[in-house]
Design a protein around this ligand. Structure first.
Ligand SMILES: [Fe+2]
Length: 168
């Protein structure tokens, strides 16, 4: 029996009708989405803890809704990467290297600056999700396209809500 070469994360033996090259490219794109989602989750939870001022009640509650949604979103993204036969990144070092958005500021900003940072974060995650679409489309990867559609809907809607708080 011929020896099969093992690849990290158990990528060998995945025979789902998507080429190795396409699976690697899509998993790579989803790893950026996972890192962005996790980073935005942590920043949102940070702001839930540290927000102050007259809008405290509104923002404390709104940030909780948002971080809960983001926390629930990391799992399907990571498990889609696994379904494509690749390891899912899950460390602060990996996320720091992969994320397109900055870590939360060391000192808590003013309430409306928090809103601005989160609005930019949701827009950035939307751009990352959108950039993976052509790869999924080309490979006929419907589950990834479906996941990306769901994530884009949430990030674009949340960005709109946050943007509205910044307008007069
Ligand atoms: Fe809380």
């Amino acid at each position: 029996m011929a020896k099969t070469k093992k690849t990290p994360g158990g990528s060998q033996g995945v025979n789902i009708g998507i080429s190795d090259k396409d699976r690697a490219a899509i998993a790579g794109g989803l790893s950026h989405l996972l890192a962005d989602t996790y980073t935005l989750y942590l920043t949102t939870h940070n702001f839930h803890w540290n927000v102050t001022g007259p809008m405290f009640n509104t923002l404390h509650a709104m940030f909780m809704t948002q971080y809960t949604e983001l926390w629930n979103a990391v799992d399907p993204v990571a498990e889609r990467i696994r379904s494509l036969g690749h390891p899912a990144p899950g460390s602060y070092a990996a996320y720091g290297a992969l994320a397109s958005i900055k870590d939360a500021p060391a000192t808590p900003p003013q309430a409306l600056e928090m809103v601005r940072i989160l609005k930019e974060g949701h827009e950035a995650v939307a751009r990352t999700a959108r950039s993976v679409f052509p790869l999924a489309d080309k490979a006929g990867d419907e589950p990834t396209a479906d996941l990306l559609t769901q994530r884009l809907t949430v990030h674009e809607q949340t960005a709109w809500m946050l943007r509205s708080l910044l307008e007069d």
